[in-house]
Design a protein around this ligand. Structure first.
Ligand SMILES: Nc1ncnc2c1ncn2[C@@H]1O[C@H](COP(=O)(O)OP(=O)(O)OP(=O)(O)O)[C@@H](O)[C@H]1O
Ligand SMILES: [Mg+2]
Length: 294
């Protein structure tokens, strides 16, 4: 039996009806341009979801500048690489961050996963599977800009949050990522927009409108705006103190914006079309089949 067949059989054994069972929702957080606030959004959005009773795990797959851990003031001891090589289980690499938010450092290239031998792959798979029922949300913080890997992550996720600032270069780069993903697949992955560092409500609305119009006019793609975060000095203050602003400054403008985003986001999840059809299992299943015919 080849590796692909054995993996497929293994997956089938775990092939639960996800509509009736708990299944973590996989959200990729990305941007066109770097430094627009993805990692800060990810950790504070995670805290916002946790504040309303959701279990959130952050998966850091920014291989160049993994820094969510720095924003939380923790230094992970292990990463998914340790699970890949069977030195550790998924529970060993799950780090406790601020307020009990859990964090997993990625540390591997997709290519590492695809080239594994059967035994290692099945062990890794069984470990990843554990997260499916453990968390409500897996937030995947990625690097900026477009790469084949990022497109794969976006396609494999339940949805993607695109973070942009009002700068024309950020808007143009965000649009370029959405366009590339749209051209790469005919599955039309779900994108939600978050405008960060807006100087005013009006600027945020105009940014959102520009993105929405471009996606609708040129790609015939609906783009939902999840919300806005204003430019707020508490954000960089919290970066300096390595404590997310949602904790250190719960009443600052940016924290209020995060609460608004959470409240806008959760009711949307109750709609039947929003049921997780991929989750963590679907995500890795998809990733494993990308770039290699199984
Ligand atoms: N709403 C905001 N108000 C003020 N400053 C902000 C805001 N959002 C982000 N910043 C500033 O931008 C910096 C970069 O943010 P962050 O590290 O979250 O970006 P990133 O998109 O994850 O970057 P990278 O692409 O390098 O991963 C922060 O350290 C902070 O100083
Ligand atoms: Mg980042």
């Amino acid at each position: 039996m080849d590796q692909a067949q054995s993996l497929r059989e293994y997956m089938q054994r775990f092939n639960v009806d996800q509509q009736n069972n708990h299944s973590a929702r996989m959200i990729t957080i990305t941007s066109g341009k770097g430094g627009v606030g993805k990692s800060n959004f990810t950790i504070n959005f995670a805290l916002g979801l946790q504040a309303v009773g959701k279990k959130v795990v952050i998966l850091d797959l920014d291989l160049s500048t993994a820094n969510i851990n720095i924003l939380m003031g923790i230094m992970p001891r292990y990463s998914l690489v340790d699970v890949l090589y069977q030195k550790k289980t998924i529970w060993n690499v799950l780090e406790q961050g601020v307020n009990g938010i859990e964090y997993i450092s990625g540390g591997f290239e997709i290519q590492d996963l695809i080239n594994l031998d059967q035994h290692t792959l099945l062990f890794f798979w069984s470990q990843i599977q554990e997260l499916q029922t453990y968390a409500d949300f897996i937030l995947l913080d990625t690097g900026a800009g477009i790469s084949k890997e990022l497109v794969d992550f976006i396609v494999a996720s339940d949805e993607t949050i695109m973070v942009t600032t009002p700068e024309p270069t950020s808007i143009a780069d965000s649009y370029a990522v959405i366009k590339t993903v749209h051209q790469y697949t005919n599955q039309s992955p779900k994108f939600n927009l978050v405008v960060n560092r807006a100087q005013s409500y009006r600027e945020a609305v105009e940014t959102s409108r520009a993105m929405k119009n471009a996606c609708s006019n040129f790609l015939n793609l609906p783009l939902k705006t999840l919300g806005f975060l204003m430019e707020d000095a508490h954000v960089w203050k919290s970066v300096r103190s390595q404590t997310p602003f949602f904790i250190s400054y719960p009443n600052c403008e940016a924290s209020k914006n995060i609460k608004q985003i959470v409240y806008a986001y959760l009711p949307d999840l109750d709609k039947p079309s929003s049921i997780s059809t991929k989750g963590i299992r679907g995500f890795f299943e998809k990733i494993l089949t990308v770039g290699k015919s199984l």
